[in-house]
Design a protein around this ligand. Sequence first.
Ligand SMILES: Nc1ncnc2c1ncn2[C@@H]1O[C@H](COP(=O)(O)OP(=O)(O)OP(=O)(O)O)[C@@H](O)[C@H]1O
Ligand SMILES: [Mg+2]
Length: 444
Amino acid sequence: MHRKWQGRCEACGAWNALVEEVPLSAGPRPAPGRGRQIALSTLATDEPPPPRARSGMAELDRVLGGGLVPASAILVGGDPGIGKSTLLLQATAAFAGAGLDCLYVSGEEAAAQVRLRAQRLGLARAPVRLAAETGLRDILTTLDAERPDLVVIDSIQTMWLDSIESAPGSVAQLRAVAHELVTFAKRRGVSVVLVGHVTKDGQIAGPRVVEHMVDCVLYFEGERGHQFRILRAVKNRFGPADEIGVFEMTGQGLAEVANPSALFLSERGRPAPGSVVFAGIEGTRPMLTEIQALVAPSSLAMPRRTVLGLDSGRLSTVMAVLEARCGIGFAGQDVFLNVAGGMRVHEPAADLAVAAALLSARDDVALPPELVVFGEISLSGALRPVSQRENRLKEAGKLGFTAAMLPAGGRAAQGADTVPGVVLREQADLAGFVTAILGATGAG
Ligand SMILES: Nc1ncnc2c1ncn2[C@@H]1O[C@H](COP(=O)(O)OP(=O)(O)OP(=O)(O)O)[C@@H](O)[C@H]1O
Ligand SMILES: [Mg+2]
C-alpha cells in the first residue's frame, strides 16, 4: 500500500502499474461483534417470475435471453466506433415503442448530436427522453425523481462521481460509478444499460472491472471493413450465455439479419481450393460459416501462421495433429486461415473444418460445394462427436447442402438422424478423414 502517488511499483519495478483505490464509504467503522442478526428465508415463493419486456428487435431479445428482465443491469462492451450508440439508441426506441418509459443519457455527445443520429435512423419521433450529462450525482437524483423503466448510460467511462478524486475513466471511478448505478437498478427497479469501451491493450481499465457487478455482459463485435455486427452474450444471469444476435450496419442504422447462414455464405462463389463450409452452433442457433485457408511456399525462416476469426492456438493444434498422426506437415509453407464475412468462431467443433480447409489448400483442389464439415479433433488423432449434431445437419439441409463429414458416434438416443437429403460420411479418426477428404477432392 502507498499513501501517495507513486510512478514505480517497488515490488516488481513496473512503471505506471499502480492503481488508485478509494474506499466507497469513508464513514466510521462499527466496533466488531455488533452486527445485527439477519432474518433468513427459504427458496420457495408463490410470486410468478416478472414478465420480460420485449423490444420487438428479435436479435436483441434473443441475446437478452427472451427480453429485458426488470431491474437488471446490463453492460454492453465494444471497440470504439463499432456502433454501440447506434444499437442502443435503436434498442431504446424499440423498448419505448413497446411501452417502456426510457431515458438515454449521453456523456459523449451533445444532445443535438444524438438527435441528429436519431433523425438519420428514422427515430426522431420515438418517445425517448434524452439527457447529455456526465455528473453521476445529478443523474441519480434525476432518475430517482423520474423513475423510468430503462435508462441507458453512454458511456460509463465518461461518468464521474464527485466523491472520488481520480479522473473519469479511471478504475476507481469506473468501479464507483458502476456500483452506484447497479445498486440503484436493484433498489429502484430500474433497468440500467451501461455502455463501455474496450481497448485491445487496456482491458484492465476498461469495463472488465465491472463485468462481475452486472447481470448481463454483451459484447458488440465486428471486423472493420465488414458490414456485419454481432451482439454476443458472454455472461447472462437470466438466460443462456454465448447467444448471438446478428446485425448489418447500413446508412439507416443496424438492420437485423434473420438468416445469418445464408448471409455468411452469400459471398461464396465457385468452389475454390481451401474453402470449407463449417456447420457451427452459436448459442442456441445453428450457423453455417465459410472457413478459408491458403497454403503457400514461404521465404521466411519462420513461416507465417496468420489467423483471422479463429483462435490461433486451435490452428497450431490441428496442424500438429495432422503432422504427428497423419504425416502431413506444413514446414516451409506460410499458412493463412480466415473465417469469411468477419465472423468469429469459438467452437472446438471447427477443428475438422480447419483440417479440411488446410488439406484442400495444401493440395490446391476444391472440395465438393455441397459438403459441410464439423467435429472436434483430439490430440490422439481420434475424432470426437460434438453437441447438437442434428441441429447442425438440419441447418445444412435447409441451405441446400447434401453431404456432411463428421465424427462417428454421437447420434441422438432415439436412433437414426432424421435429416432427409443429407448424406452422412462419418469418420472415427483423422487418418480416415484425410483419406476421405482427398478422395472427395479427387486428389487421393
Ligand atoms: N451517415 C452515416 N452513414 C452510414 N453509416 C454511418 C453514418 N454515420 C455513422 N455511421 C456508422 O456508424 C458507426 C458509428 O456508430 P456509433 O457512433 O454508434 O459507434 P460507437 O460504438 O457508439 O462509437 P464510440 O466508440 O465513438 O461511442 C460508424 O462506424 C459508421 O459505420
Ligand atoms: Mg458511442
